[in-house]
Design a binder for this molecule. Sequence first.
Ligand SMILES: *[C@@H]1O[C@H](CO)[C@@H](O)[C@H](O)[C@H]1NC(C)=O
Ligand SMILES: *[C@@H]1O[C@H](CO)[C@@H](O)[C@H](O)[C@H]1NC(C)=O
Ligand SMILES: *[C@@H]1O[C@H](CO)[C@@H](O)[C@H](O)[C@H]1NC(C)=O
Ligand SMILES: *[C@@H]1O[C@H](CO)[C@@H](O)[C@H](O)[C@H]1NC(C)=O
Ligand SMILES: *[C@@H]1O[C@H](CO)[C@@H](O)[C@H](O)[C@H]1NC(C)=O
Ligand SMILES: *[C@@H]1O[C@H](CO)[C@@H](O)[C@H](O)[C@H]1NC(C)=O
Ligand SMILES: *[C@@H]1O[C@H](CO)[C@@H](O)[C@H](O)[C@H]1NC(C)=O
Ligand SMILES: *[C@@H]1O[C@H](CO)[C@@H](O)[C@H](O)[C@H]1NC(C)=O
Ligand SMILES: *[C@@H]1O[C@H](CO)[C@@H](O)[C@H](O)[C@H]1NC(C)=O
Ligand SMILES: *[C@@H]1O[C@H](CO)[C@@H](O)[C@H](O)[C@H]1NC(C)=O
Ligand SMILES: *[C@@H]1O[C@H](CO)[C@@H](O)[C@H](O)[C@H]1NC(C)=O
Ligand SMILES: *[C@@H]1O[C@H](CO)[C@@H](O)[C@H](O)[C@H]1NC(C)=O
Length: 602
Amino acid sequence: MRFPLYNLLLIPTCSRSVLADLLVPSYEPPVDIASNKSLVAVAWRNATATLHKYLSDGNEDGVPVAIAAMKNITFSVGMFSVNDPAASKMQFHYTSPEIANAPNGTNKVDGDTIYRMASVTKAFTVLAGLLELNSTHWERPITDFVPTLANYTQNTPGEDDPTHITEWGKVTLSALAAQIAGVPRDPFLVGEIIDPAKITAMGLPPLNPNDPLSLPPCALPENYNSTDSACNEIPSIESIQNRPPTLLPWTSPAYANTGFVLLGVAIANITGKPLADVYRESIFEPLGMKSSNATVPPKSEWHHSVIPDLTAFDINAGILTSSGGLLSTTNDMAKFGVGILNSTLLPDDETRKWLKPVSHTAHFEYSIGRPWEILRYTHASGVITDIYTKLGDSGAYSGFIVLLPDYNAGFSILSGSISSLRFSVVAQIAEVITDSIVPALAAQAAKEAEKKFAGVYNSTIPGLESSLTLSVNHTVGAAPGIVISSWTSNGTDVLAALPARLGPGPYRLVPSISDSESGTEAFRLVASLDAPIPPSAEAPKGLFTSMSYLAADWILLDSPTYGGIGISLFVFKIGSDGNVEEVRPEAFRVSLKRTDWGWGCN
Ligand SMILES: *[C@@H]1O[C@H](CO)[C@@H](O)[C@H](O)[C@H]1NC(C)=O
Ligand SMILES: *[C@@H]1O[C@H](CO)[C@@H](O)[C@H](O)[C@H]1NC(C)=O
Ligand SMILES: *[C@@H]1O[C@H](CO)[C@@H](O)[C@H](O)[C@H]1NC(C)=O
Ligand SMILES: *[C@@H]1O[C@H](CO)[C@@H](O)[C@H](O)[C@H]1NC(C)=O
Ligand SMILES: *[C@@H]1O[C@H](CO)[C@@H](O)[C@H](O)[C@H]1NC(C)=O
Ligand SMILES: *[C@@H]1O[C@H](CO)[C@@H](O)[C@H](O)[C@H]1NC(C)=O
Ligand SMILES: *[C@@H]1O[C@H](CO)[C@@H](O)[C@H](O)[C@H]1NC(C)=O
Ligand SMILES: *[C@@H]1O[C@H](CO)[C@@H](O)[C@H](O)[C@H]1NC(C)=O
Ligand SMILES: *[C@@H]1O[C@H](CO)[C@@H](O)[C@H](O)[C@H]1NC(C)=O
Ligand SMILES: *[C@@H]1O[C@H](CO)[C@@H](O)[C@H](O)[C@H]1NC(C)=O
Ligand SMILES: *[C@@H]1O[C@H](CO)[C@@H](O)[C@H](O)[C@H]1NC(C)=O
Ligand SMILES: *[C@@H]1O[C@H](CO)[C@@H](O)[C@H](O)[C@H]1NC(C)=O
């Protein structure tokens, strides 16, 4: 996209304080998460103190039910960080009376306790697919990999009746992974089914046994191998294939367990291996997840498993495995989180692509990826941190994997209980951790950035008066990033001369590309949009007329250029001792050596 200068000069100013930043973190991810000095460790102590308080709160009036019920739910929470392996020691475990007195399994939970993870499994299924499938597979229809569905579609093309017949030939694996395929939500007997005893209360008629949808193959006992197993594969697919779609593919995200059942069948088809072997060989073993499994552990392992109810634990999930059948521990979930964030198994460009939304939902603060449920956290400064999560909630287990790519960190929650309030409690725990940890990660990143980068950088060329002063503004709500407090080039005040169309200051540097091998770290200059209201003009607020649309940094990032280099590009050189030695505002073709470390460091 090209913006001729005369166009940009017409951009109106905006009355609201909006940051024009990129979808990158404001600072490099923090390195110190767990030491006593880390603001994140302080916040973690705060969060666990809050959990202790909730666990001791009674059932008195005014205590929200998700807090009052916390003491009834067994749970384990664990942090992890790529940059600080000690973060995975930050754990909180609570054993409720239900598990303390349980006849089967453990009576006390810790980091090695095995829980079912329910639908958190879906994140593993997509990772298995990313590792085992190629880009062509992802864009092919599910019918290419599931012979039962291919036969159904051949005999029942949906074009004539798209409201009643799912057009499986248009459902791709990538649409299934992103919850946007429009397929029926739940396989037979998963999810909520209206109790036949209640049909008259709802005005529902009795079902006609000749109606093929009313008596699916999975309603027949001969399609089960045993009482603890799921319906067999072919009857399971036959029980799904003739149900009406929810939407046409790529209309809107709509949660579908069925989609992940089929994705699992496709992965097994493409790899030619049982899915349990795929999880083990492509994820669990390479990441060292020694206590994770796609099948119920052998009885010898039950003494460290959470078993609120044997029938919810001792299940052969069969075809449902890829939707919600995996088991893991808090220590293993930390390995999974670090493995994703550090691109241990995937190339790093594929990880970045994976950790992006595929579609919005109808809510501003909630988007969907493959299979991420992406929540948008707004800091006091207005800057947004995207939180990549996958929830799980089934049987007697609920959980979360939570990734914070901006900070190279995250946390997991695993829980077990037969209480119907289990998921509400787990969501409350996720809230407590997020509210403490996310601002603390931002503050710790700011603190570390100040120590690493703040100070004065001068030209060493005799007679050339060029310098740069960098700082960090710790005021709550201040625009984050490394602030350029002053910038002189050959005696000229550059900040005063920057094109007005970049927007007003504070001008800040945000990380763009890091190359640890050569010790270079690139940053880009971003502006702020705290423009004063022009006295005589009406402040425009519209989507099309606002600054955030026209002058956002993502549009102007590499403009203007001088001699082929954007004036926004700054490259720091890091010495072998880890200290910043110099910075090059690249378009200015000058190296500025660090001469004064500011007050962050003597
Ligand atoms: C934890 O942080 C919250 C919010 O900042 C604060 O209100 C609360 O007093 C802190 N609690 C503890 C135990 O430090
Ligand atoms: C917690 O469990 C106890 C004992 O079963 C029960 O009396 C109480 O109502 C439960 N609390 C909540 C909030 O569910
Ligand atoms: C992350 O990856 C790098 C490079 O592959 C590796 O050196 C490092 O040990 C990894 N960190 C963790 C915590 O696994
Ligand atoms: C589980 O608990 C029940 C009830 O106490 C007991 O009968 C059963 O033997 C236990 N099962 C195992 C495998 O320990
Ligand atoms: C993907 O794999 C299939 C089957 O092995 C192969 O036919 C196809 O060419 C591959 N596509 C790409 C883009 O590698
Ligand atoms: C995979 O699915 C295709 C097409 O539906 C089928 O022809 C093939 O036999 C299946 N392969 C395996 C290993 O299941
Ligand atoms: C294919 O579909 C037809 C019609 O729905 C059905 O009669 C037949 O049994 C199916 N064949 C296979 C191999 O599933
Ligand atoms: C269940 O039985 C079917 C048919 O006998 C067999 O093909 C399948 O492997 C069995 N499944 C499991 C999970 O044992
Ligand atoms: C996973 O379960 C299988 C079947 O019970 C068992 O053979 C295997 O040892 C288990 N693996 C782990 C890591 O527990
Ligand atoms: C570096 O630049 C600053 C700001 O222009 C100036 O005050 C200072 O004297 C310079 N220091 C050196 C060592 O040149
Ligand atoms: C820090 O940020 C606050 C809030 O935006 C602002 O009022 C203050 O002027 C800033 N301080 C400096 C030194 O820029
Ligand atoms: C600095 O400015 C002077 C004139 O003001 C100019 O002659 C000289 O080429 C400039 N030097 C650099 C390195 O920009």
